[in-house]
Design a protein around this ligand. Sequence first.
Ligand SMILES: [Zn+2]
Ligand SMILES: [Zn+2]
Length: 119
Amino acid sequence: MKTDTKAEVILMKCPETQKIYGVRVEEWQGDWFRTWAFPVDVKKASHEGFDKNKIRGNLYPADEYNGCPYCKSVCFVQCTRCGKLSCWNNEERISCAWCGLTGDVSRIEDEVDVKGGDY
Ligand SMILES: [Zn+2]
Ligand SMILES: [Zn+2]
């Protein structure tokens, strides 16, 4: 078995608490999986360069993913304006915790096996 797993830490922000957190992501066979979320403060995040990390592709939650450290959500949205990631709690109205954009934040499809066309 090869063990050249790529891992990064990306930042997400929780709209409920306005706090940021780091999410460890690992690349397995071309897809990214969120494996661990942990609270982090802004200073530490920029010191570590977390805010510079960029991930392309799918971002699935791994089985062991613990979700947002604040609201426990495992879903997220990517803002169409600032491109940053925020928690999403399956509410109709979605909002960006970073820039405050509401309504037209496009949801990233992060479910592997979404069934049916039922919205
Ligand atoms: Zn949250
Ligand atoms: Zn935004």
